[in-house]
Design a protein. Structure first.
Length: 206
């Protein structure tokens, strides 16, 4: 009985430490996000549903819109250029997207907006963007109730397979010039340091 109580107490203590560490991790991420968010534009596409066909369509619409945006603006476009373009061409982009979707055999309509949203932590290549509020271009396909896909529209970090792709040197250079040195360093290494801190707090490892 005594051993059982000690085991329960140990598990409870470990869980408490873990939750506190995770809360601190989340707050650290939000603080970093608040500093870097003014320089970044996210991209968020929500599918009509979680059906296989709707999820495949989501990725097709993603590629179509990204190609359209980047081709029209060019590689030297700033965040404000992208934002102004989306706001000014919103109706045109929705119509183009609707036509593209119809060509794929669906009758969904798209809604495109620019707004602030909360994003979870996300890794792109060797860079990890913290959880927090970011300005984003959001695309809803149909009901927009399906699983979503997100990336960084500015600087350009949108990949088909964002987890394994390498971030272009040009995008890294842009970020390095836009952000404070310590914040840029956190994007590259911050998630590793936090994870080691969590292990330390939990008494795992050397």
């Amino acid at each position: 009985m005594k051993y059982r109580k000690m085991l329960i107490a140990s598990i409870s203590l470990g869980l408490m430490v873990f939750l506190l560490a995770m809360n601190g991790y989340r707050q650290n991420g939000e603080h970093l996000a608040s500093r870097i968010a003014p320089e970044i534009m996210r991209f968020h596409v929500r599918a009509n549903s979680d059906s296989k066909k709707d999820q495949e369509l989501k990725l097709q619409v993603r590629d179509y819109l990204l190609n359209t945006i980047y081709e029209n603006l060019g590689s030297s476009a700033s965040k404000s250029d992208i934002k102004n373009y989306i706001l000014q061409k919103k109706t045109d982009l929705e119509m183009l997207s609707d036509t593209f979707i119809e060509e794929q055999g669906f009758d969904y309509k798209t809604t495109i907006q620019v707004s602030k949203q909360y994003f979870p932590e996300k890794t792109y290549g060797d860079m990890t963007f913290p959880n927090g509020n970011y300005e984003a271009v959001t695309v809803d396909i149909g009901s927009g109730k399906g699983h979503n896909w997100w990336c960084v529209l500015y600087p350009p970090l949108c990949f088909t397979d964002a987890v394994y792709a390498e971030v272009p040197d040009s995008s890294k250079d842009t970020l390095e010039h836009l952000l404070a040195p310590e914040d840029y360093s956190e994007l590259v290494k911050g998630d590793v340091k936090v994870k080691f801190k969590l292990l330390e707090l939990l008494g795992i490892g050397a």
